[in-house]
Write a protein that binds this ligand. Structure first.
Ligand code: KIV
Ligand code: ZN
Length: 516
């Protein structure tokens, strides 16, 4: 174990704290299965007390996943720990992760507790959690701004109380790599029982340093790192799993450390998370961005053609690029279709759902010759979109776009079982479509993000569109996929409007929970 770094993925918990990134239960289970295929050591599946939805998601992930530990977050309160333990009951390897803030600013203004009482709460919580599970993690929230002397005291007490993992979060992304690494070294040196626990870090990216801080901590002895796919997470996000894993692997000469990650699953998992959350991956994002392995300059292209390593430090196929597999085609039958969905970890609720998905698959296969795994994932996502009660439904769309003339969209929608039709012009065809929708819906929302991605390569690829709408602070991400990107755009916009109408179901699970 001395040369192993444990990968603790918190995409389903901290990742979901990104505005608009809430996921439903089926989506969380799908991501959890992908994380299991990726072979992460720990999946933080949610914050069981936060909402009935979060409780159900932790439980469903605990029932489904066998090859990764399943963890639930809990404040240092009995009711939180009870909920976490209850939700984790079906897990083969459960972990409770409890936390309390330790920085002077958090203790004084948020908790309104003196340090000694914070320490007492921490010890009580860890002891209480040990009644349910052997594997208890304790986090000192805002450790990055906490006093080392107090950290030493509270961590020693938490380990004595039974914590087996000690997490040092840089909650507000304030740390700088050198000093953060030194803090880890200091804690490991000064805490007398430090050898009884694994030290972990959890870095936020407010200064763009989350990965650098995590790697610096690893160099000083941290052996668990908390991270998320695509760096998703609260505010500027968390440390990106793919960057940490590939830094450790590519610079093994320097770190001499291993993870058990199946790196070829990195890109498929990144795509799945992006498509489910509606958070696109920027093209120049390390490891998983579309340009991460693209060479534009002639000098670079020439070098790579002569000897790949001249300009490439990783192989694209090692992280799962170029692994699009043509799994099915026009002539594939229902059994093959169902079998491939099962291999992808997609479980269908009923025969009826299989029939409906299969019908969509056949429609797609008529338009698109090669059907890849990503296309199947998009079909399933579109199916869960259809499961949201549909206030707005697309009936038909006609768009006229001519050089020198403003594009015009003619749109027919079903709204609350009533057919409506409008025409609108815009500065571009997408703008014309959205203006047409708004002429009917008059939603008063703000369009915060519009992005189009080709799901696979080729001009017959499915276009996947994400639309983020903000209605007085409530943010939703709508999605739509179609071989016609205008139709995909309209579907995504309508999906977002339908999600806003479905307020109760999609309310953010952690919004109503305070930090005390
Ligand atoms: O950022 C943070 O401090 C957290 C803890 C709850 C681990 O997410
Ligand atoms: Zn966090």
């Amino acid at each position: 174990m001395a040369n192993r770094v444990l990968i603790f993925d918190t995409t389903l918990r901290d990742g979901e704290q990104s505005p608009g990134a809430s996921m439903d239960l089926e989506e969380k289970v799908r991501i959890a299965r992908a994380l299991e295929r990726l072979r992460v050591d720990v999946i933080e599946a949610g914050f069981a007390i936060a909402s009935p939805g979060d409780f159900a998601a932790v439980k469903a992930v605990a029932e489904t996943v066998r090859d990764s530990r399943i963890c639930s977050l809990a404040r240092a309160r009995e009711e939180d720990l009870d909920a976490a333990a209850q939700a984790l009951k079906p897990a083969q390897a459960p972990r409770i992760h409890t936390f309390i803030a330790t920085s002077p600013i958090h203790m004084q203004y948020k908790l309104r507790l003196p340090a000694d009482q914070v320490l007492e709460h921490a010890v009580k919580a860890v002891r209480y959690a040990r009644n349910f599970v052997d594997d208890v993690e304790f986090s000192c929230e805002d450790a990055g701004r906490s006093e080392p002397d107090f950290l030493c005291r509270i961590i020693e007490a938490a380990i004595d109380a039974g914590a087996r993992t000690i997490n040092i979060p840089d909650t507000v992304g304030y740390a700088i790599p050198g000093p953060f690494g030194s803090l880890i070294a200091e804690l490991l040196n000064r805490i007398p029982n430090a050898d009884k626990a694994i030290f972990s870090v959890h870095c936020h990216n407010d200064l763009g340093l989350a990965v650098a801080n995590s790697l610096s901590a690893i160099q000083q002895g941290a052996r668990q790192v908390e991270c998320t796919i695509n760096g998703l997470g609260e505010r500027a996000g968390n440390a990106a799993l793919e960057e940490i894993v590939m830094a450790l692997r590519t610079r093994n000469d320097l770190f001499g450390l291993e993870t058990r990650i199946e790196t070829t699953e990195i890109v498929p998992t990144s795509r799945l998370v992006s498509s489910i959350t509606g958070f696109p991956v920027q093209p120049n994002k390390a490891v998983v961005g579309a340009n991460a392995f693209a060479h534009e300059s002639g000098i670079h292209q020439d070098g790579v053609l002569k000897h790949r390593e001249t300009y490439e430090i990783m192989r694209a196929q090692d992280v799962g690029w170029n692994t699009n597999r043509m799994v099915l085609g026009k002539h594939s039958g229902r059994a093959a279709f169902k079998a491939r969905l099962e291999e992808l970890g997609i479980q269908l609720a009923s025969d009826q759902q299989l029939m409906s998905l299969f019908a969509r698959f056949k429609e797609l296969a008529d338009k698109k010759h090669d059907i890849y795994d990503e296309d199947l994932q998009a079909l399933v996502s579109a199916e869960s979109v259809a499961a949201v009660p549909q206030v707005y439904q697309l009936l038909s769309l006609e768009v006229l776009s001519k050089t020198g003339q403003p594009p015009e969209a003619c749109l027919r929608l079903m709204v609350h079982q009533q057919e409506k039709q409008v025409q609108a012009t815009g500065s571009g065809p997408v703008d014309a479509c959205f203006r047409a929708i708004e002429a009917i819906a008059n939603s008063g929302t703000l369009l915060e993000l519009y992005s189009v991605n080709a799901i696979t390569s080729g001009t017959d690829s499915l276009g996947e569109v994400q639309v983020r709408l903000n209605e007085a602070g409530r943010i939703v991400n709508g999605q739509g996929a179609d071989t016609d990107i205008l139709v995909a755009s309209v579907k995504a916009y309508l999906d977002a409007l339908n999600l806003l109408h479905n307020a109760a179901e999609r309310a953010h699970p952690q919004r109503n929970i305070d930090g005390v």
